[in-house]
Design a protein around this ligand. Structure first.
Ligand code: CMP
Length: 146
């Protein structure tokens, strides 16, 4: 069955590497079901990352995500949540460069904070974040052709 995940290209990386990342997404066989550029407000970024509230890097994370537009995407594929996480690579680029240098974070992340891309961690989060960013769309009605 086709699964959906919420993926984001973070602001700095969107400016610098948009086309290379979109190409890598296409090459990995994802369908790009929805796409929009969006500059998150502080309130939205805080809500988007509410699972991380209280962590020492939370304020920095919110600042980083608000500093320009993100590219928000719904990626669709069998096993999309896990497949997108493996295309991103580990959160920490030092680790990504060692274990998966061809992953998006291996290629483009600058630090554990400025780590280029985001993806939902499980299917429940994926549905929640898709709804938060794209509203009440009917995922079953989406066309999965490229
Ligand atoms: P992301 O996968 O979008 O989910 C949470 C984000 O918090 C993560 O990517 C990083 O941008 C950031 N992050 C996670 N851990 C740390 C950390 N130890 N220090 C700074 N930022 C972090």
């Amino acid at each position: 069955p086709v699964e959906h995940t919420l993926a984001a290209i973070k602001p700095d990386t969107l400016e610098e590497h948009r086309d290379e990342i979109l190409e890598q997404i296409q090459n990995a066989g994802f369908s790009l079901s929805q796409i929009k550029e969006e500059k998150l407000s502080r309130e939205m970024a805080e809500e988007f990352y509410k699972e991380h509230k209280g962590k020492p890097f939370f304020e920095q994370l919110v600042d980083y995500m608000c500093k320009g537009p993100c590219l928000m995407m719904i990626l669709s594929k069998e096993n999309a949540v896990q497949e997108w996480r493996s295309l991103m690579g580990p959160t920490d680029p030092t680790e990504a460069q060692k274990s998966s240098p061809d992953s998006l974070r291996g290629r483009f992340a600058k630090s554990v904070l400025e780590n280029a891309v985001h993806g939902s961690s499980n299917q429940d989060h994926a549905l929640e974040k898709i709804k938060f960013i794209f509203g009440d769309i009917d995922l079953n009605m989406m066309v999965h052709e490229e």
